[in-house]
Ligand binder design. Sequence first.
Ligand SMILES: *[C@@H]1O[C@H](CO)[C@@H](O)[C@H](O)[C@H]1NC(C)=O
Ligand SMILES: *[C@@H]1O[C@H](CO)[C@@H](O)[C@H](O)[C@H]1NC(C)=O
Ligand SMILES: *[C@@H]1O[C@H](CO)[C@@H](O)[C@H](O)[C@H]1NC(C)=O
Ligand SMILES: *[C@@H]1O[C@H](CO)[C@@H](O)[C@H](O)[C@H]1NC(C)=O
Ligand SMILES: *[C@@H]1O[C@H](CO)[C@@H](O)[C@H](O)[C@H]1NC(C)=O
Ligand SMILES: *[C@@H]1O[C@H](CO)[C@@H](O)[C@H](O)[C@H]1NC(C)=O
Ligand SMILES: *[C@@H]1O[C@H](CO)[C@@H](O)[C@H](O)[C@H]1NC(C)=O
Ligand SMILES: *[C@@H]1O[C@H](CO)[C@@H](O)[C@H](O)[C@H]1NC(C)=O
Ligand SMILES: *[C@@H]1O[C@H](CO)[C@@H](O)[C@H](O)[C@H]1NC(C)=O
Length: 464
Amino acid sequence: MEMSYLPLFIFALFVFTCSADISNKVGINWGSLGNDLPPPPQSVELVKSLGAKGVKIYDADPDILNALKNTDIVVSIMVPNEIIPNISKSQYLSDKWVQANVVPFYPEVKIRYLLVGNEILTNPDNGTWYNLVPAMRRIKSSLKTHNIHKVKVGTPSAMNVLESSFPPSNGTFRSDISAPIINPLLRFLNRTKSFFFVDIYPYFPWAENPKDISLDYALFRSKNITYSDPVTNLTYTNLFDQMIDSLVFAMKRLGYPDIRIFIAETGWPNNGDLDQIGANIHNAAIYNRNVVKKLTTKPAIGTPARPGSTIPSFIFALYNENQKPGPGTERHFGLLHPNGSKVFEIDLSGETPESEYKQPLPAPMNNEPYKGKAWCVVAEGANSTALADAMSYACSQGNKTCEQIQLGNQCYKPESLIWHASYAFSSYWAQFKKAGGSCYFNGLATQTAKDPSFGHCKFPSVIF
Ligand SMILES: *[C@@H]1O[C@H](CO)[C@@H](O)[C@H](O)[C@H]1NC(C)=O
Ligand SMILES: *[C@@H]1O[C@H](CO)[C@@H](O)[C@H](O)[C@H]1NC(C)=O
Ligand SMILES: *[C@@H]1O[C@H](CO)[C@@H](O)[C@H](O)[C@H]1NC(C)=O
Ligand SMILES: *[C@@H]1O[C@H](CO)[C@@H](O)[C@H](O)[C@H]1NC(C)=O
Ligand SMILES: *[C@@H]1O[C@H](CO)[C@@H](O)[C@H](O)[C@H]1NC(C)=O
Ligand SMILES: *[C@@H]1O[C@H](CO)[C@@H](O)[C@H](O)[C@H]1NC(C)=O
Ligand SMILES: *[C@@H]1O[C@H](CO)[C@@H](O)[C@H](O)[C@H]1NC(C)=O
Ligand SMILES: *[C@@H]1O[C@H](CO)[C@@H](O)[C@H](O)[C@H]1NC(C)=O
Ligand SMILES: *[C@@H]1O[C@H](CO)[C@@H](O)[C@H](O)[C@H]1NC(C)=O
């Protein structure tokens, strides 16, 4: 009698460890840097409608976590960068953070990942680097104290933690962080059976080097281009695999061949600045559909260095976020517009075959570098108080930046704030672009290829 239970038990255990620990389901990054985004309960419905099985948030916002209660959505939360130094120094503060941000929601919210900071090793050290792994240890210990064992602790890195990623077999961590930070990080991840969380964007290496890297290779649709690593003889058919494997080899070099990789972010921008090649809806749709297909295929495909391995992942991002600083692409990674409509058809469950996407994609208009003049004008919907301040700032910089919009001069009329500010932004940008000045002004400005000049008023321009 007893014996007959045994096989069943083993079977159940097997199923449990597989499904609880790692899955080939695709989730989504839920960033909140927009002033026009739907409230959390509506966002949760939108997450479901995209077929996403998980969400990753960049904090532990209680409104978001409340909206995720009693759903099947697997959740990744984050300890903000700023408090890492404090948490690393005090088990009490670590316990308090877990008590305040995890305990009230667990297990009703399926929190499974707790990430400590975001891309901490990307920027120069401001006193956080050396506190990173100690803070992760404290957080892990706080979870244990609260009897929470299902939550993996990690930290997301950008690809620039590597100093070499080509060929993939040459993958090597940066020498400034390798011994002091990456080594203890890998020891922690290996010991706790957690993941190396990494942000993988084939868009960026391709956009830096569109002559040498084929767009098709970056979009998973090259039929005839392969790359063979001369050291391992492994054959690559896309840039994404190449990037992942360079991390695999970098970890192996430090003695950790088996740490699993979790794609914390991947995606492709659906729009961007004039000089940002390939940022369009067409490419974004192709990339995201293809990466979802790759990641959800059963049995798992893996990568050339880890064939058959499951790669859990979060796509970036849920929404176009209008308050993200930086170049235009930063504000255009969303699968959804802020009003909740899809930027292009996509199903993150991987269950929709290509042929069921009915709407034709808009043709890509910027797959070649933009050549010509550009101007910097006021963006749609800019706040007029903020605009007046930004214009004063622009006018206070450079030489005679706003001379033409003074009373009596060529560009004074029409006498409107938007017109004057557009002139000021173009004039500022034309002088400072070379020195790294941008056409952004906190989102109040945008690049255009259409000459705003009118009558005798000539706007200064930038030439790409
Ligand atoms: C350190 O830099 C990170 C960005 O890498 C930032 O988010 C964080 O707030 C900074 N921390 C401190 C203590 O200044
Ligand atoms: C870190 O701790 C110090 C000393 O207790 C405190 O003054 C500071 O506000 C804390 N910093 C953060 C970001 O919580
Ligand atoms: C391998 O990486 C090292 C740096 O870690 C770099 O100096 C070298 O050029 C790379 N080799 C190749 C073939 O790119
Ligand atoms: C990593 O973890 C595995 C399994 O727990 C263990 O056998 C191995 O020795 C660890 N590797 C290192 C370098 O500590
Ligand atoms: C691959 O095919 C494309 C389109 O058929 C062609 O333009 C390209 O030259 C080919 N590349 C190689 C390396 O054969
Ligand atoms: C790679 O292939 C070449 C030629 O086919 C062979 O000589 C070499 O031994 C192979 N290297 C490895 C690491 O398999
Ligand atoms: C949602 O916003 C997008 C982009 O602004 C727009 O193209 C679309 O028509 C809007 N959809 C609805 C239903 O309002
Ligand atoms: C406009 O900007 C000003 C100052 O920059 C700010 O105080 C105000 O709240 C903003 N108004 C709106 C509607 O966002
Ligand atoms: C302003 O004029 C001075 C003197 O002609 C020149 O050195 C400086 O580079 C100019 N500044 C800009 C931003 O063009």
